[in-house]
Design a protein around this ligand. Sequence first.
Ligand SMILES: [Zn+2]
Length: 433
Amino acid sequence: MALVCVISSYFPIAFADEEKSLEELQNRYEEIEKDIQENQEKLDEVQADIKTNEQKLDELNGQIDSIEEQIGLLDESIEILNGDIDDLQGDIDVTTEDINKINLQIADIEAQMASTETLMEETKELLLARIRENYMSGGNGSTLELLLSSGDISSFFARKELVTRVSERDNELIADLSDKLVELAELQKENEAQKAQLEGKRAELDTQMNSLTDKQDDLESSLDSQKKKKNNVTGKKDEVKYLLEDLDKDSDAYKAAIKRQEKERAELEAEIENAIKSQGSTENDVPDEEFNNDGNMIWPVPGSTRLTATYPSYSDGSPHWGIDIVRTDVTTKGSPFRAAQGGEVILAKNDGNWNSGFGNYCIIDHGDGKHTLYAHAQRLQVSEGDVVQKGQQIGLIGDTGNTTGPHLHFEVRIKKSDGSVSRVNPLNYVSKP
Ligand SMILES: [Zn+2]
């Protein structure tokens, strides 16, 4: 199990006194990666995602603009085309009306021709009857036979024999009827020609109309497909927008978490530094005699040298200013830890609180500017002001504060002659037994 004790958290909540609630909170913390670096990495990832999605959004907006432009052009074309179609339909209507008029005229003339022909038939019968009478009274029978053999009514009236046999009045009648028939036939011919012309024109207009409606169909289907495309792209755009909103929230959450963590770290550092600076010894100060200090530090956890994290960083690169020690032979939690050297306890927090992530912890001043720090204790067995001897049991290992499991977090801090305090590698001061 990886044991983490960086000063970070999503939930800077004060611990209750009971160990049970400590554990409950601990379990919650264990599920969350808490250190600043990880949050920073996540923040970087989220911000990279935001950038990518913003680019995607720009791209989609560009696509929508170009689709809308195409839709606008198609709408214009369709409007123009609809005007053309209306004009053409007007032409077709006028032509159809003209054709109907011509048809009426043709029907009228046909009726006139029919009545003229009827009149001519009657006249023919009348004339023949008269010639027949004349023949009976001793006239020329061959003329009658000749007239009776004439084909249609026009050729009957065109016969010279007829003209010589009828009266002047009859001849005028014949001439009138023939003229009218010719006139009507000519008029009919003209009407037919005009009708043919109009029908030709209408056929041409119908062809034009077909091509315009085909074009209209094409434009409408292009418009439909552009609209579908726009819906599709708009859907994608909405997705990216929602994603961006979520990412912004994530980003804000990570920023807030980092800010809290940094504040906690600063508070803790301020507390520790303040304690060492105000009360701790300085390099080259002679250690107090009652410390019985031999100048060498002893390994703080008897029975185990197992390290789960070392100075100055975790395996993932985030900072770690001490060493983490666990037991492998017995259960770590509740195992004793001891003073690395004789000295005076200058800071001891045994309240079970979060304490910016260190939980229960204490600092011992060994003189000569050397200080050791012990964190995450289940319980401390010393108080501020106590003088401890080298190897003296000072507490039980626990998992208070920010950890992913029970371990002793051990640090060595040196206060230099200029008053500054630095965190050094504990393995340069304590050797594994
Ligand atoms: Zn640690």
